[in-house]
Design a protein around this ligand. Structure first.
Ligand code: GGG
Length: 346
């Protein structure tokens, strides 16, 4: 009997509707070649669902997703709906309910770009706590004394497990780990983060360097080749991964895996980029990040060979000069996908 994987697909908003079908077509092609099946369960969740029903996903959405092997998401975000509604109504509840505490974001210079800055970094973002918190509030609205309070939650368990994950990756690579901090300005959570990161790194036999986030951001721009594995809190990891992708050439090439390392619930795979309403529906979206995210999903599902072949086809297509506008090319989303599919059929 052939291997079969059940994947829930949430194309979501904007260019999610373009890059997701692109990536699924590529997965279907490698699945045929490597003799496994993927059952796609399409979910029409996102901002249109919100407009129609008042919620980004159905009430039992998480229960529906729990029965699958993985989740593939495009993008969330709509100019007509507040960003906190779209993010907290779909993506963040999934990350939290399924304990996807690792957000692994590889950023690498892709082939085919003459003179591009060399970068090959793994950003390991803590994905379920930290600065993304619902605790806080707005007070005295509309008065001169109006104020907002936003709490950040850092737990020993949360810092230990994300550092352990980053350390294990670091051991497979150069054995050096950088930790993003801001312990000079944020005087409770960040010194705690630094202490626990160091304890875990020492126990794991990995050298760790805690670097202030401002200096680290500059280093991403000025000396990206000096970086390897970077562990960061939820907010810092999010910012650094967009920055790293920009250094590599485009946010359109950065994939992301929201992992439940214990495999007690499905993991979620998505491009780092958002819904990009300015280019949505024009065939301009770069499908690289979504295809790469699909390759990470296949790897997670145990289809390592298919994952490698898919990423290779995507990179060799870019190397041959087929790329979208953001990378300096002239190809449409569909032309990029057709070229990858042709390579997968060879
Ligand atoms: N493809 C992912 C996406 O749409 N992300 C939108 C976003 O705002 N993400 C913020 C985050 O990952 O924390």
């Amino acid at each position: 009997m052939s291997r079969r994987h059940v994947v829930d697909v949430i194309a979501g908003d904007g260019i999610g509707q373009e890059v997701v079908p692109a990536a699924l077509a590529c997965v279907d092609a490698v699945a045929r070649r490597f003799g496994f099946e993927v059952e796609w369960r399409h979910r029409d969740w996102g901002s249109d669902h919100y407009r129609a029903h008042g919620s980004m996903m159905p009430e039992d959405g998480l229960d529906q997703l729990r029965t699958g092997d993985a989740i593939f998401l495009g993008a969330v975000g709509d100019p007509g709906i507040p960003d906190d509604v779209t993010l907290w109504g779909l993506l963040i509840p999934i990350r939290r309910a399924f304990q996807q505490y690792v957000n692994l974001r590889p950023v690498r210079t892709v082939p085919g770009r003459e003179g591009a800055t060399e970068i090959d970094v793994l950003i390991v973002r803590e994905n379920v706590e930290g600065e993304y918190s619902e605790i806080g509030g707005r007070y005295g609205r509309g008065t001169p004394d109006e104020l907002a309070v936003q709490e950040a939650i850092f737990t020993r368990r949360g810092i230990e497990r994300i550092t352990r994950y980053a350390a294990s990756l670091s051991k497979e690579r150069t054995g050096t780990l950088i930790s993003a901090t801001k312990s000079n300005g944020i005087i409770h959570t960040m010194p705690f983060w630094d202490e626990v990161v160091r304890e875990v790194a020492d126990a794991e036999g990995v050298e760790v360097d805690s670097v202030l986030i401002d200096a680290l951001a500059a280093r991403f721009v000025l000396a990206p080749g000096s970086l390897d594995v970077v562990v960061a809190s939820n907010l810092f990891g999010d910012i650094l991964s967009d920055l790293a992708a920009a250094v590599a050439g485009s946010i359109g090439i950065a994939p992301s895996a929201n992992l439940n390392p214990d495999r007690s619930a499905p993991s979620l795979f998505e491009p780092v980029h958002g819904s990009a309403p300015d280019i949505a529906g024009k065939g301009l979206a770069n499908p690289t990040a979504a295809i790469w995210a699909a390759s990470m999903m296949l790897d997670h599902l145990g289809e390592e060979e298919a994952a490698a072949v898919l990423l290779d086809a995507c990179f060799s297509s870019l190397a041959s000069g087929v790329s979208t506008r953001d990378l300096g090319g002239t190809a449409s989303t569909q032309e990029c996908v057709d070229d990858v599919l042709r390579r997968l059929d060879e």
